[in-house]
Every structure is written in structure tokens, then in C-alpha cells.
Design a protein around this ligand. Structure first.
Ligand code: NAI
Ligand code: MG
Length: 331
């Protein structure tokens, strides 16, 4: 029985969460859900977007499923990443059948450092304009590189590529690159590679099959993962994981999509695939594959799918279809 914090949040966050929990009812794994509040709606009635009780609930759980916040996203999700020291942002770039992908055979993962770099937000105005501080520490670089290698090993991937701009950012990215190769010494047999971020952005478009696991600093990872999302078609499909020493938080990449909220048209796939990532994180690999297969079957049949995928079904109709396949499925 896993203790799971559940934060539906705002807008379609609530709808895709309901759909995902409906599917997970058919799981062989048991979950003890602890519901918690955060987001715009909660802030309207209480004055705060992320109450301390919610942080405590997440801290007391093994994993958290998060839907989406609205305008308060920075105060909710960005704060949670910092408070819980969720130093890894894991974003798969995987093409699924029945979806609008630029390439139909992509399967790589971006491991983005989630706590420092330019995103520490230390900016100041100067006489000439403004300055931002970019912090790259040995500790954060070492743990993100180690995570990337461990992840590659665990998931049977054979190659890890460090992405940086060490030719210009000689000290900060020079350090990141050096640490990458130092950590790599503990993983003999793993194929290694390092590339400049600008060239990487081009290779995403021309030759993305060359990538397997990419490890990079915060801003580069943010930009490349959105580019990756563009390669495999549509915010309704892209899951993510935020992982720390003792916790994982799993969320779709999309937000609360207020224009879709309340209409039952939101695609629940990104949230469901985030649940797949949670099952993998909990080492429930068989269950993860069974759920992923059910989602992939529904996508490839393209019959009971939401309007963004060219279908006419509602969020809950699509969830019921995934659940039916999940119940029958074995691997
Ligand atoms: P968004 O991701 O909410 O929606 C952008 C567009 O993508 C939607 O209008 C819709 O056409 C499409 N879309 C997104 N998810 C979909 C789904 N599941 N099914 C079908 N179509 C989908 O981004 P937007 O409009 O920039 O932001 C809306 C609100 O969400 C803002 O208040 C923003 O602050 C918040 N937000 C929260 C995030 C989080 O909680 N992690 C992340 C991004 C935005
Ligand atoms: Mg982004």
C-alpha cells in the first residue's frame, strides 16, 4: 500500500485527475490517497495558493500526483520543487501511435536539473540594464549526472549525452561537463557523448533518433524539453516527473487550460502517463507497462479519444476505455 498525495488543483487538472484515479482503481497495486488542496480556487477562499498542510501531506507520502494549477502555478509547483528539493525533472520524448508526431520512432528522455542554474531567480537592475546570476554547483551537477546514469542503467538505455555550452560558459558549463565525465567513470560500458546546446536544438529536428538519455542544466533542459514535446505532438500527451531523494511528484506538462475546463474535453493521457511514471518510480514495472499498454492501445485505435486527438469522446469516456483495456491487459 503506497501513500500517495493527490492534488487535483484547478481547471482541467481536476478533470484529468478524476479520470486517472478512475483508471487506477483497476490496478493490482494498492494506494492510500491523501487529498490536498492548492491552486487558484483554493487561494480565492483561503488567501494562500499552497498551504503548509499540503506541503506536509506531500512530505508524508511516497509520491504525489499533481493535476495543474492556474495563475498561481509559480507559487504552487515551482515552490514545491524547491521545498521538497525535487532536483530532477524527467521528461520523456516518446512517439505514440495515433498521435501527431513529427517522427514516429522516438524514445528518449531528458534529465533536467531542477533547482539551480538561471532559475534561482537572482536578478537585479544595474545602471546598464539588468543582470541574472547563473549558479552551477558541484553538488547539484554531480547528483543530476549520477541520476542520469542510474536511470540509464535501470531502464536499459545505453547512451548518456551531456548538453552544455562549455565553449562560451567556460567556468559554469565547464564544471558541469567535467563532473559529467567524472561521474561517468563509475558507469563503464555506458556510451558517452557531450554536445553544445545550440547544435542539440538542431539535431532534435534533423536527427533526434541519436539521443537516448540527455542530461543538462535547468534552462537548457526547460527549452529542450518543450522542443521535445513539440516533436511528439500535443500538450495533452506529455507527462513529467519531479524526483528528489525520498519523493516523487508526477504531473502532466500542461496547465489548467481554463478554456477547456468544465467541458469534459480535456485529454487525460498526459496525467495517466504521469501515473505510469509514478508506477515506474515505485518499482512497479509490470503494472506500469500494463497501464502504458492500455493507454497506447486506446491511442492507436483512435476510436474513443478526445477532440484534440481527432475524436469525439469525453475525458471520462476515454478513461473508461483505458480502464477496460487495463483490466483485461496482461504483459
Ligand atoms: P495550458 O497547458 O493550460 O493550455 C494551453 C493549450 O493547450 C490549451 O488551451 C489547450 O488547447 C491545450 N491543452 C493543454 N492541455 C490539454 C489537454 N489535457 N487536453 C487537450 N488540450 C490541452 O497552458 P496555458 O494556457 O498557457 O496556461 C493556462 C493556465 O495554466 C495558466 O494560468 C498557467 O499559469 C497555468 N499553468 C500551470 C502549469 C502547472 O500547473 N504545472 C503549467 C503550465 C501552465
Ligand atoms: Mg517549460
Amino acid at each position: 500500500m503506497y501513500k500517495i498525495a493527490v492534488i487535483p488543483g484547478d481547471g482541467i487538472g481536476k478533470e484529468v485527475m478524476e479520470a486517472t484515479l478512475h483508471v487506477l482503481e483497476a490496478s493490482d497495486v494498492e494506494f492510500d490517497y491523501r487529498f490536498a488542496e492548492a491552486g487558484d480556487e483554493y487561494a480565492e477562499k483561503s488567501g494562500v495558493a499552497l498551504p503548509p498542510e499540503t506541503i506536509d501531506t506531500v512530505k508524508g507520502s511516497q509520491a504525489c500526483l499533481f493535476g495543474a494549477a492556474g495563475e498561481s502555478a509559480a507559487d504552487v509547483i515551482v515552490r514545491m520543487r524547491q521545498e521538497l528539493d525535487l532536483y530532477v525533472n524527467l521528461r520523456p520524448v516518446k512517439s505514440y501511435p495515433g498521435t501527431k508526431c513529427v517522427f514516429d520512432n522516438l524514445d528518449f528522455v531528458i534529465v533536467r536539473e531542477n533547482t539551480e542554474g538561471l532559475y534561482i531567480g537572482r536578478e537585479e537592475y544595474t545602471e546598464e540594464g539588468a543582470t541574472a546570476l547563473r549558479v552551477i554547483t558541484k553538488r547539484a551537477s554531480e547528483r543530476i549526472c549520477r541520476f542520469a546514469f542510474e536511470y540509464a542503467k535501470k531502464t536499459g538505455r545505453g547512451k548518456v549525452t551531456a548538453v552544455h555550452k562549455a565553449n562560451v560558459l567556460k567556468k559554469t558549463d565547464g564544471l558541469f561537463k567535467d563532473i559529467f565525465y567524472k561521474v561517468a567513470q563509475d558507469y563503464p560500458g555506458m556510451e558517452l557523448d557531450d554536445r553544445y546546446v545550440d547544435a542539440t536544438a538542431m539535431f532534435f529536428i534533423t536527427k533526434p533518433q541519436m539521443f537516448d538519455v540527455i542530461v543538462t542544466t535547468n534552462l537548457f533542459g526547460d527549452i529542450l524539453s518543450d522542443e521535445g514535446a513539440g516533436l511528439v505532438g500535443g500538450l495533452g500527451l506529455i507527462p513529467s516527473a519531479n524526483i528528489g531523494e525520498s519523493q516523487g511528484l508526477f504531473e502532466p506538462v500542461h496547465g489548467s487550460a481554463p478554456r477547456h475546463a468544465g467541458k469534459g474535453t480535456a485529454n487525460p493521457s498526459a496525467m495517466m502517463l504521469s501515473a505510469v511514471m509514478m508506477l515506474d518510480y515505485l518499482d512497479e514495472y509490470e503494472e506500469a507497462r500494463r497501464l502504458e499498454n492500455a493507454i497506447v492501445n486506446v491511442l492507436s485505435e483512435s476510436k474513443v479519444v478526445t477532440p484534440d486527438l481527432g475524436g469525439k469522446s469525453t475525458t471520462m469516456e476515454m478513461a473508461a476505455e483505458v480502464r477496460a483495456k487495463y483490466e483485461k491487459g496482461n504483459i
